[in-house]
Design a protein around this ligand. Structure first.
Ligand code: CLF
Ligand code: SF4
Length: 490
């Protein structure tokens, strides 16, 4: 049951203000305030089945299933102005030096170790640190070894698309069902501001000549993936002042070519990364700019990914956690693989049982709220360890999931990384301020528990605190209902 810490008249006033201004901004029409992202349930059953346990392709699955990346691909065939070769591929990772490269044999060993130790790991992706298809032998050898020994692990790939047309037959032969292409432009005049050179058929092309080749190959790749019935996700890096306004066009084009889900990610840029953009002061988008663009592109018919964590090329674990440090090369080479297909099947059946119950609980909540009219949206910050529950102590949260709630639906829209508040048992005032800043546009924070001192500070900052241990949507909708009743003086 909910325990709203305080539902003060001050808080209620501020809800009234929030809702009034939200109505104004939306021209009075708030009934569709919660966007149009295609849900898994709206997809054809055959597709639902293909993405059901892929943590990137299904927002719902990411609460329950994990991925690992095999860092076997050091070289790249293009240069992006947001990338420094010493760092992880920014297409699929936050900048950070790749700890260790692995050989295909080491990577396959690691996959078998992790499949035993983290049975919810269902996907092995190759995402760098360079481009997987600029290193085809290492990439395909890794996939072959894993496919042979661990047939239930899905194989996944993220590429810039330049070399993909040369390898489509091999991708099909290996039953690779999920491919990501990073496409930042469909107009080479914009592309020249992002890509200084492209290396194609043993020749380096600079400027527009190279970008035209990249564009043509990326479009060809989309067509080939669609023809091969391989699910295609497009990643785009949002670069303010360069391609931010252009990405709506990119979205339209890739959708028309059959891409299934679009992941618009913020540029991560800092001088210490040594990238062209970092050194020239190119900024990344604000969270508000990112959300506005995602909302504009979220016009239905194609999923909009909002739960990407821009993982390292050697990431391991659930998307919100990174356990790569537990599995260094030295450590994994000492470990004996405990891959057991039957045990994994049993484990996954348990997860699916839990998910069914979760779905029933959500359906119950939505049925109860169905009679209600959608109201103005508010944002809530949720602390969750996974499983789709409010189940994390405020002090242990490394990120908050942001939900937009309108009384009828509670929709995940983003995650916000924060400094870990509870450092070895002692609250850090500096980080608490940062946390509050990171979620200051939210109406309330939903946590399993919170200490008295941080609670007071969060309340003083104008946010409410809800302590609960339940399905996220249930807590969020019940909170909304209480706010409305409070406003109406019920
Ligand atoms: Fe890895 Fe990428 Fe496959 Fe996922 S990540 S290769 S599709 S298994 Fe996922 Fe990480 Fe975002 Fe990539 S959260 S950076 S979208
Ligand atoms: Fe870097 Fe990836 Fe771009 Fe290659 S495709 S330059 S590895 S970000």
């Amino acid at each position: 049951m909910l325990q709203p810490t305080e539902l003060s008249s001050q808080a209620t006033d501020s809800f009234a203000n929030t809702t009034a201004s939200a109505e104004k901004k939306k021209g009075g029409c708030v009934s569709k305030g919660c966007g149009t992202t295609t849900t898994d349930q709206e997809l054809a059953p055959s597709i639902q089945e293909r993405i059901a346990n892929h943590p990137c392709y299904s927002q719902e699955a990411h609460h329950h299933y994990a991925r690992m990346h095999a860092p076997v691909a050091p070289a790249c065939n293009i240069q992006c102005n947001y990338c420094n070769r010493k760092y992880d591929c920014a297409n699929e990772s936050r900048p950070g030096v790749v700890s260790e490269l692995l050989t295909p044999e080491e990577a396959a060993h690691k996959a078998l170790v992790i499949a035993g130790k983290i049975p919810q790991m269902t996907v092995m992706g190759i995402a760098g640190p360079g481009d997987p298809l600029a290193n085809p032998e290492k990439t395909f050898r890794t996939f072959e070894l894993v496919a042979e020994k661990a047939p239930d692990i899905k194989l996944c790939l993220s590429t810039n698309g330049l070399a993909l047309p040369d390898h489509i037959d091999r991708l099909k032969a290996l039953n690779i069902d999920h491919v990501t292409i990073t496409i930042n432009m469909v107009d080479p005049e914009i592309g020249v501001k992002i890509y200084p050179w492209v290396h194609y058929q043993r020749k380096r092309y600079r400027g527009i000549e190279g970008v035209k080749i990249l564009h043509q190959r990326q479009m060809e790749s989309l067509d080939l993936l669609r023809e091969a019935d391989i699910l295609c996700k497009v990643n785009s890096v949002m670069i303010p002042g360069i391609n931010d306004e252009h990405l709506e066009e990119v979205n339209r084009v890739v959708r028309s070519k059959g891409a299934f889900i679009h992941n618009i990610m913020p540029l991560i840029s800092s001088p210490e990364h040594g990238t062209h953009f970092g050194l020239t002061g190119q900024r990344g988008p604000t969270t508000e700019e990112l959300k506005t663009l995602q909302d504009k592109c979220d016009v239905g018919g194609m999923k909009m990914m909002r739960h990407c964590r821009q993982c390292r090329a050697d990431a391991v674990g659930l998307l919100g956690e990174d356990r790569s440090k537990e599995f260094t090369k030295d450590a994994i080479m000492q470990m004996t693989p405990e891959y057991d297909l039957e045990k994994r099947k049993e484990f996954h059946a348990g997860i699916e049982g839990f998910r069914n119950n979760l779905a029933k609980a959500k359906a119950e909540t939505q049925k109860a709220e169905k009679v209600a009219e959608a109201g103005p949206p508010i944002l809530l910050a949720v602390a969750s360890k996974g499983n789709g529950l409010v189940n994390q102590h405020f002090g242990h949260a490394k990120e908050f999931m942001i939900y937009e709630v309108n009384g009828v639906t509670a929709r995940f829209i983003a995650h916000r990384k924060i400094d870990h508040y509870c450092q070895g048992g002692y609250g850090e005032e500096g980080s608490l301020e940062n946390i509050i800043k990171a979620i200051s546009d939210c109406k309330a924070v939903l946590v399993s528990k919170i200490g008295d001192s941080p609670k007071e500070k969060v309340l003083n900052a104008g946010l409410e605190v809800i302590e609960a241990y339940d399905v996220i949507e249930t807590v969020a909708l019940e909170y909304y209902k209480q706010l409305v009743e409070e406003l109406q003086g019920v």
